[in-house]
Design a protein around this ligand. Structure first.
Ligand SMILES: *Cc1c(COP(=O)(O)O)cnc(C)c1O
Length: 494
C-alpha cells in the first residue's frame, strides 16, 4: 500500500513521506490508489470510543507507522483538548442530527485534524530519521490559520508561517491569529483574497530559489492545509463516529444508510466523507453545500468546473473559495488516470475551466447532491432554527442545514441526514447575532449580548481573547509573500 501523486502514479511514497512532503513535486496531491480496499468492520467498530476508532482508521492509512506510534499520536491529540468527552458529539434538533465538530481549542472543525497533524509530522520525521526543520506554510481563509497555529505552537523542529487575506476574515478570527504566542509562529496579512494566498503558497512550495535556501538551512516545507493527506485522514473518523452514535442511540439500525450535509470550501471535509463511504460507512449521499461561491454546485450538476466567475465575500467566509484543491483527489479516484487528471488541472490553470468525462459525471451525481445558499437565506435560517428549535447555527452550518432542506425537497431518498456543524456561532458573531436580533456593538460585546440572549455559553478560548495583545503586525502585497518567507527562513529563534 503506497501513496501516489494524482499527477504521476510512478512515484510511490509511504504515509510518513507523503505527510512530510505535503504536496508532490509535480504539484499533484498524494492519494492511495485503492482506498476502497481498506474496510472497517461495522459490527466490531460500533462500540469503540473516539480514540479507539481513530486508531482503527488511522492504522489502515498510516502504513509505515508502528502501532505504538499511532496510539501515542491519538492520545496526545484527543486527551483533554476538546471540551466534549465524545470529541465530536451528535445532537438531535427536531428530527435531524447535527454533528458538532467545534469543541476543540479554536472552536472550529479544523481542530479535529490540526490537533493530531503535528504529532503525525514529528513522528514522520522520526520514521525517516530526519533532522530537518519543518516549515509549515499555510494559506488560510480564517479557521485553518488559528487551528494550525494552536496545533503547532512551540512544537520542536517546526516553524509555522500563516498567510491570511487581510480583509477576508472576521475580527474574531483575525484576533485569534494575531495573538498566537508560540515562538515558532509567524502570521502575515496579505492584500488579496484567499485564492491569491493559496495560489502563491502553492508556487512557493515548488520555488527553486526557496528550495535552495532551505537545503542550505536543513529545512523543508510541509503543509497544514487539507492538501496534506495527514490532515485529511483524521477527518474520516467523525463520519464513522457519528454513524455509530446514531446506531447506539437507536436512531438507525446497523447498516441502514444515512446522508451527510457538508458545508464545503476546499472540498477536504466532504472528501473525508467520501473516503469514509469507500471504507464501508453506509453513506448514501453527500450533500455538498456551498454559499454564493457556488462553483462546486455547478460542477456537480454539469461536470464542468468553471472558475471564470467573480469572487464573492460572504457571511460564511471559510467557504469563500473558487479553486477547491481537494477535488483533484476525487477526480483521480474516479478515473484512476494520472495523465487525465494532469490534463484537467492544466486546463484549470490555463483556461480556469475543465470538463470531466461522462463516466465521472455519472459518478458525481451518484455520490453527491449539490446545493447553494445566499447570504440572506443563511441569516433567515439562523433566525428560524433559533426561534423554532432553540439551536444556534453558525453561518457555515446554516448553509449545510439549508443543503439538507434542499435535498429533502428534491425527494431523492428518505434516509436520515446528519448536518456537519463546522464552527461555534461565536466565531461569526456579527452575522449570527444580527440574524436573531439587531446589534451594532463590537464583535466582542456582541458575544456577551448573545450569551445573555440565548443562554448558549461563549467557548472559553473566545471569551479570553479580547484582552490578549496582538503580537503579529506584518502585512504584505501578494508579490511580497515569497520575500517574507525568505526573511523568516533566515531567522534564528533559538
Ligand atoms: C474550512 C471550513 C469549511 C470548509 O471545509 P473544507 O474542508 O475546506 O471544504 C467549512 N466551515 C468552516 C467553519 C471552516 O472553517
Amino acid at each position: 500500500m503506497k501513496y501516489l501523486s494524482t499527477r504521476n502514479i510512478n512515484l510511490e511514497y509511504n504515509a510518513s513521506q507523503a505527510i512530510l512532503k505535503g504536496l508532490s513535486d509535480d504539484k499533484g496531491l498524494f492519494i492511495l490508489n485503492n482506498p476502497e480496499s481498506l474496510q472497517i468492520d461495522l459490527e466490531k467498530a460500533c462500540n469503540l470510543d473516539y480514540k479507539q476508532l481513530a486508531f482503527e482508521i488511522l492504522s489502515k492509512y498510516l502504513n509505515d507507522f508502528s502501532k505504538d506510534q499511532i496510539i501515542s499520536c491519538v492520545e496526545n491529540a484527543y486527551t483533554n483538548t476538546f471540551t466534549s468527552d465524545d470529541v465530536t458529539p451528535v445532537v438531535k434538533v427536531k428530527d435531524d442530527y447535527i454533528l458538532e465538530l467545534f469543541h476543540g481549542p479554536t472552536s472550529a472543525f479544523k481542530d479535529v485534524a490540526l490537533q493530531i497533524l503535528p504529532y503525525l509530522l514529528t513522528t514522520s520525521l522520526k520514521i525517516n530519521d530526519s533532522s530537518e526543520e519543518i516549515i509549515i506554510l499555510t494559506a488560510t481563509s480564517g479557521d485553518t490559520g488559528k487551528a494550525a497555529l494552536e496545533g503547532f505552537s512551540d512544537v520542536d523542529n517546526v516553524r509555522i508561517i500563516v498567510f491570511y487575506p487581510k480583509d477576508g476574515v472576521s475580527d474574531v478570527q483575525k484576533k485569534q491569529m494575531l495573538t498566537s504566542s508560540g515562538k515558532n509562529c509567524y502570521v502575515i496579512g496579505v492584500n488579496g483574497n484567499f485564492d491569491d494566498c493559496q495560489r502563491k503558497v502553492k508556487e512557493c512550495f515548488v520555488d527553486e530559489e526557496l528550495k535552495e535556501i532551505m537545503k542550505q538551512n536543513n529545512q523543508k516545507f510541509s503543509s497544514a492545509n487539507s492538501i496534506n493527506i495527514g490532515r485529511l485522514i483524521p477527518q474520516i473518523v467523525y463520519y464513522f463516529k457519528a454513524y455509530f452514535d446514531l446506531v447506539n442511540k437507536n436512531e438507525i439500525k446497523l447498516n441502514e444508510k444515512i446522508n451527510f450535509s457538508v458545508p464545503t470550501g476546499n472540498f477536504g471535509d466532504i472528501l473525508a466523507g467520501y473516503l469514509a463511504k469507500n471504507m464501508g460507512c453506509p453513506i448514501e449521499k453527500l450533500i455538498c453545500a456551498s454559499n454564493e461561491n457556488n462553483v462546486l454546485t455547478d460542477f456537480i450538476n454539469t461536470g464542468i468546473y468553471d472558475a471564470n466567475r467573480t469572487f464573492n465575500k460572504t457571511n460564511s467566509p471559510s467557504m469563500d473559495i473558487i479553486i477547491s484543491s481537494n477535488l483533484e483527489r476525487l477526480l483521480y479516484l474516479y478515473c484512476k488516470d494520472d495523465e487525465y487528471v494532469k490534463e484537467m488541472m492544466n486546463d484549470l490553470q490555463v483556461n480556469k475551466k475543465y470538463e470531466c468525462n461522462e463516466f465521472m459525471k455519472q459518478q458525481l451525481k451518484q455520490d453527491f447532491f449539490a446545493s447553494c445558499t445566499n447570504q440572506i437565506e443563511t441569516k433567515q435560517l439562523i433566525k428560524e432554527i433559533y426561534e423554532k428549535e432553540n439551536y444556534l447555527l453558525d453561518p457555515h452550518t446554516a448553509v449545510a442545514y439549508k443543503g439538507m432542506l434542499d435535498f429533502r425537497k428534491a425527494n431523492i431518498n428518505n434516509y436520515k441526514t446528519v448536518v456537519l456543524a463546522t464552527a461555534s456561532p461565536y466565531k461569526f458573531m456579527d452575522t449570527v447575532l444580527n440574524s436573531i436580533s439587531s446589534s451594532k456593538a463590537h464583535e466582542f460585546d456582541m458575544m456577551e449580548e448573545c450569551e445573555q440572549l440565548t443562554g448558549v455559553s461563549i467557548p472559553k478560548n473566545l471569551k479570553n481573547l479580547r484582552n490578549k495583545e496582538n503580537i503579529h503586525k506584518l502585512n504584505v502585497e501578494i508579490e511580497e509573500m515569497k520575500n517574507a518567507i525568505i526573511n523568516i527562513l533566515g531567522e534564528n529563534h533559538d
